[in-house]
Ligand binder design. Structure first.
Ligand SMILES: Cc1ncc(COP(=O)(O)O)c(C=O)c1O
Length: 404
């Protein structure tokens, strides 16, 4: 048997790569993969196979491991294999993909929807397709990296980009008023992925309307979680977005992205959105799983209610609103965040520490996420571990976790 292949890099590359990683080492910011056991059957994904309780996943309704989803994925795999054999415009857009796109348009109440390989691809494809030298994009400072990268591409067309302070609708209004381009786009996360707060959507809609701009809302963390029917943060706020970007990788429990809105806009993204055109379409079993997950969510409103009950319990314990299943536990210091995550992991609770550059300096945190598949006992145990349980007593086990 031959050993591993020689992988030495040319000297200039070895030095450059080493130096780039060394800057991460210097700030103790080097990232490493830590394998987590796959979800165990019967736990809906709340636990890994080793019994680790996951408070770090975006599977807010537990649909990734739902029996109906597992069955749909297995059946599609048996029947069709992986597919999709090509990009959507080649041969990758099957009738199953078409059904899913129509279901997503129905969920969002839009004329059309277009599938993309990921949420990342959906944002970059959309923003790139909308951009030209006559457009100003106004973007929240804490928007997701995929919006930031989409705007980097947009800039190359001559489009202007204005970044406004987080959640500041007055600043958005001012940026729109000051712009010197005929067209404008206001783009925002609906739910901010690291802070769990919701954008001031009504005020953003008003600002966009006052200045003839379109409003693009990334519903990655709102889809199936917020709103009466699970359409997202816009539905919950009673606001219409001109374009909704979404992902199937969070509460839908699958993989893939989508753009939902006006049909001609979707056509524009289909024709000009590079990440959509030049990347392979979603695998068929993934599409089947996403469809099954949408079905389960539609017929089981109790899942959303359960999730909201967990949020309410957290809100009660923390004495502050918990409007979404993303609960930031800001500790400031990177070491404190890493130490707290390690203590929780040692006790069988997986909560991820988030550090710069993902969040601003001095705001390192635990990013706690709640799911409908957590039991009340799971939630109580985590609160106890955080020193916020009903007794306020952590039994002395959690002294490594700073109190809020
Ligand atoms: C707000 C937001 N938008 C887009 C994405 C990208 O979605 P995906 O994981 O499907 O590429 C994410 C995922 O992290 C996100 O949090």
């Amino acid at each position: 048997m031959s050993g591993p292949k020689e992988t030495a890099l040319p000297a200039a590359w070895a030095n450059a790569v080493g130096e780039k990683l060394a800057t991460r080492d210097a700030g103790a910011q080097r990232r490493h993969l830590v394998p987590v056991p796959p979800g165990a059957p019967g736990t809906g994904g709340a636990r890994g196979a080793g019994g680790m309780r996951l408070f770090s996943s975006n599977d807010y309704l537990g649909l990734a491991g739902h029996p109906a989803v597992r069955e749909a994925v297995a059946e599609a795999a048996r029947e069709h294999g992986m597919g999709p054999r090509g990009a959507a415009l080649v041969c990758g857009h099957t009738t199953l993909h078409e059904t899913l796109a129509m279901r997503l348009a129905a969920l969002e109440g839009t004329e059309a929807a277009l599938l993309a390989p990921t949420g990342w691809a959906a944002n970059t494809a959309l923003l790139g397709a909308l951009a030209d030298a006559d457009v100003t994009f106004v973007s929240d400072a804490l928007n997701h990296a995929s919006i930031i990268d989409g705007l980097r591409m947009a800039r190359r067309t001559g489009a202007a980009v204005r970044v406004t302070p987080h959640g500041d609708a007055a600043a958005v209004e001012a940026a729109l008023a000051e712009r010197d381009t005929p067209r404008a786009v206001v783009v925002t996360d609906g739910v901010f992925s690291m802070d769990g707060d919701v954008a001031p959507l009504a005020a953003l809609r008003e600002a966009a309307d006052a200045h003839g701009a379109i409003l693009v809302v990334d519903e990655a963390h709102g889809t199936l979680v917020l709103g009466e029917t699970g359409a997202g943060a816009c539905e919950a706020a009673g606001v219409r977005a001109d374009v909704v970007v979404g992902t199937l990788s969070k509460a839908v429990g699958a993989m893939g992205g989508f753009v939902a809105g006006n049909r001609t806009l979707c056509d524009l993204v289909l024709n000009l959105g590079r990440a959509q055109i030049y990347s392979t379409a979603l695998p068929v079993p993934v599409v089947a799983g996403a469809l099954a997950a949408l079905d389960v969510a539609a017929r089981t409103p109790a899942l959303r209610e359960r999730l909201r009950a967990h949020q309410a319990r957290f809100a009660e314990a923390l004495g502050r609103p918990v409007p979404t299943p993303i609960v930031p536990w800001v500790l400031g210091d990177e070491d404190a965040a890493m130490g707290a995550a390690a203590s929780l992991r040692a006790a069988g609770m997986h909560v991820v520490a988030i550090r710069p550059p993902t969040v601003p300096e001095g705001t390192s945190r635990l990013r706690i996420t709640l799911s409908a598949v957590h039991t009340d006992a799971d939630v109580e145990d985590l609160l106890t571990a955080l020193g916020q349980g009903s007794t306020g007593d952590d039994g002395g086990h959690w002294s490594a976790i700073p109190r809020l």
